[in-house]
Design a binder for this molecule. Sequence first.
Ligand SMILES: NC(=O)c1ccc[n+]([C@@H]2O[C@H](COP(=O)([O-])OP(=O)(O)OC[C@H]3O[C@@H](n4cnc5c(N)ncnc54)[C@H](OP(=O)(O)O)[C@@H]3O)[C@@H](O)[C@H]2O)c1
Length: 333
Amino acid sequence: MKKYNWAILGCGHISKKFSNDLKLLPNANLYAAASRDWQKANDFKNEYGFEVAYGSYTEMVNDPNVDVVYIATPHSFHHDHAILCLKNKKAVLCEKAFAINKNEAAEMIAFAKENNTFLMEAFWTMFQPSFNKAMEILKSGELGKLQIVRSDFAFNAPFIEEKRLYNINLGGGSLLDIGIYPVFAALTSLGKPKIIKTFAHFSATGTEESISIIFKYAGGEMANLTSSFAAHSPVQTEYWCENGYMILNPRWFMPTKITVVKHGQEPQHFNSGHTEGTGYHYEAAHVMKCLDEGKIESEIMTWQKSLDLMELLDRIRIDAGIFFPEHDEKMFF
Ligand SMILES: NC(=O)c1ccc[n+]([C@@H]2O[C@H](COP(=O)([O-])OP(=O)(O)OC[C@H]3O[C@@H](n4cnc5c(N)ncnc54)[C@H](OP(=O)(O)O)[C@@H]3O)[C@@H](O)[C@H]2O)c1
């Protein structure tokens, strides 16, 4: 069994959870922690059991021992940091939102191809046993045709101007941070919509704070999607079908329970089979499987899926008037 040396690029909130899950994988070696601040990298290294600490991202990508990099910086840096890694032939698992817009995502993919190096968006829901079980149930047809998707993700985030969530230069706003999950729920079940309508409310820094999105499809199907930093929501996804409905229970995008209610019958409950960790190890295990097989693209979280998701986010942003001035010059495709 080949062991892969993982490096963390950006020692923030999510890197901590990811690193804990990485420890569950026998073929993952927690090798390097890279931060803009050496002391922070060294503290992270010691707390999570990495071998080396780097005080700059560039130093880390120049280390020949690094095999694969987990990028967990604000969305506004994903494009540049992915390209930095790919140019140095480091495999990349890059957090969502994959980029700020579709053009940036396409450039990242072009660099992966040019450098013959693995690149995947860290859309962990795609690898969750519960999400995959729900997709199986939908595809089986036992609930009949899917007509409506209703999905939400909201939490009350304190307004701190300079922090990532409310900082327009860091890709702030609920849509790219958490609204991306309801959009993903619609995309993975109903596909790309014909019509998108939105309402958005903006914070004092000009970032979008709350957004309601309606998708309408050619066959009359609809999706009703919401995200917000102003309130707490159930964090649930429902699939309404001709013969009943299915609920991906809170928090629907990670390991969770599924409830299936066939019209007029008692609810049936399914457990995910998930036993340990938060659920980030599924995507990390998949990355290493791809590397074992010499792949540069995942057959599950494909580049096309990331492009489709970015395209939908771009279309939503255009309708809602959400722009990122430092990035959107080349947004329109
Ligand atoms: N999959 C999930 O469940 C999940 C959950 C949360 C977040 N995320 C995604 O992960 C990414 C990071 O989110 P997070 O919540 O971990 O963010 P965070 O705690 O704010 O950390 C981001 C890290 O990025 C680095 N960074 C580089 N340049 C920066 C700058 N100019 N300002 C601030 N930080 C900068 C910092 O690391 P150094 O100081 O060490 O350089 C910082 O600790 C986002 O894209 C987010 O959407 C995913």
